[in-house]
Write a protein that binds this ligand. Structure first.
Ligand code: NDP
Length: 368
């Protein structure tokens, strides 16, 4: 890392601003002009369903093309993304606050009655949780849009690590290759069935406040890339058996994580969906008990925690710091699982109790 990170000053902030705004503008324009598929959201409180344009995969591929042309045709390097990491972090924070201020201001002007479900003062509540469920800008749904700079931006930062390693050592380690493949697969499978997002809690129930705006713009790209910093100089290659064991662990976690989400999404769209070769079984016609949902109440979280652990394991035992990433996800998701259980218990009552008897654990078998 030494000698790589540029300081935060007027010049680097100006360059970082151009990078960040250019990136957002590219993705936003792409969301409008590039093709996407049409999908319907889950029913809203008033029974209506919102129409969404799902264009994440197109944007993901378009970014690949731009980067590939930049690198192969114009000889560009991605290392500047790491050099400007600190100023980019500052600019991303400022940008998220400015965007949030605009979104909140519009909410206060346009929303007739803002429901507030906490005892927090209304201003603190609105800043943290937001005051609009589905804000749009120029016809683009902002809650869905912000996932793109978040995840594709994370992808660009991650892709910069092998550039740096190659620049320094003239080769890439197998663990750097694994790390990249794992993350690429994570982003690719996210976009492969991006419409599953429409049945997630954030899209259905969370308003667009600081938690999501800052989370998308800053937390995900800048924090989730943390392991890469410890891979650049870790030049002792992993053994073949370590590589195979790690790839197996990642694949298992990834499979659980994605298929659990996709099973619930398919079921929510079509109650007669086929899961693991059989028609979906349900409790009271409302809760899925087929597939992963008949084993644990949040196997999607279990799988994702395994995936994040595999990212950290790519760094071996170089430092404990990369392990803060899976640890932070464990804290976030166990806390979320308990909030979700409380929400579902209130919504489904006795049926939820019955469900808990079938799917006995939340995230970790026999433990939690
Ligand atoms: P879920 O997709 O698990 O959604 C929970 C909701 O699903 C419940 O509130 C309930 O809503 C419904 N539900 C629960 N059990 C059943 C069942 N058996 N049958 C039918 N419906 C059921 O959670 P999230 O939205 O929190 O997460 C979605 C994905 O996003 C997860 O994979 C998670 O790991 C990931 N995630 C990742 C984060 C990250 O930073 N990497 C952060 C947060 C989430 P309803 O009222 O509609 O029935």
């Amino acid at each position: 890392m030494e000698g790589l990170l540029l300081p935060v000053d007027r010049h680097t902030l100006a360059v970082a601003s151009a990078m960040l705004l250019g990136f957002f503008a590219f993705l936003f324009a792409g969301s409008i002009v590039l093709p996407g598929i049409r999908a319907q959201g889950q029913p809203l409180a008033n029974g209506e369903r919102r129409a969404y344009k799902i264009s994440g995969m197109t944007l993901f591929l378009a970014t690949h093309i731009v980067v590939a042309v930049g690198v192969l045709v114009f000889g560009l390097s991605l290392t500047p993304v790491l050099r400007y990491f600190k100023p980019l972090l500052v600019v991303a924070n400022v940008f998220s606050l400015v965007a949030l201020a605009g979104i909140l201001a519009r909410g206060w002007i346009q929303e007739r009655a803002i429901e507030r479900h906490s005892k927090l003062p209304w201003l603190v509540h609105d800043i943290w949780f937001g005051n609009q469920l589905n804000p749009t800008f120029l016809g683009v749904d902002l809650k869905m849009f912000f996932y793109h700079p978040s995840l594709i931006g994370l992808g660009v930062i991650l892709a910069a690590f092998p550039f740096r390693q190659y620049e320094l050592y003239g080769r890439l380690t197998p663990q750097m290759g694994l790390f990249l493949c794992f993350w690429w697969a994570y982003l690719f499978t996210h976009y492969l069935k991006e419409e599953f997002m429409l049945s997630t809690w954030d899209i259905i129930a969370e308003k667009f406040g600081f938690m999501l705006v800052w989370g998308d713009t800053v937390y995900v790209p800048f924090w989730y890339s943390i392991c890469g910093w410890w891979l650049i100089d870790a030049t002792k290659p992993f053994t073949t058996s370590a590589v195979l064991a790690l790839a197996g662990f990642h694949t298992l976690g990834h499979w659980i994580f994605r298929t659990a989400n996709w099973q619930k999404d398919r079921y929510k769209r079509d109650r007669s969906a086929v899961i693991w070769g059989k028609p979906a079984r349900m409790l009271g016609g409302r809760l899925l008990v087929s597939g992963w949902w008949g084993i644990g109440r949040h196997m999607n979280y279990t799988g994702e925690i395994m995936v994040y652990t595999s990212f950290a394991l790519c760094t071996g035992l170089v430092s404990p710091w990369p392990y803060l990433l899976p640890l932070s996800l464990v804290i976030l998701l166990t806390q979320r699982a308990s909030r979700d259980d409380a929400k579902c218990s209130a919504k489904y009552g006795e049926l939820w109790k019955e469900y808990c008897r079938v799917a006995k654990f939340r995230v970790i078998p026999f433990v939690y």
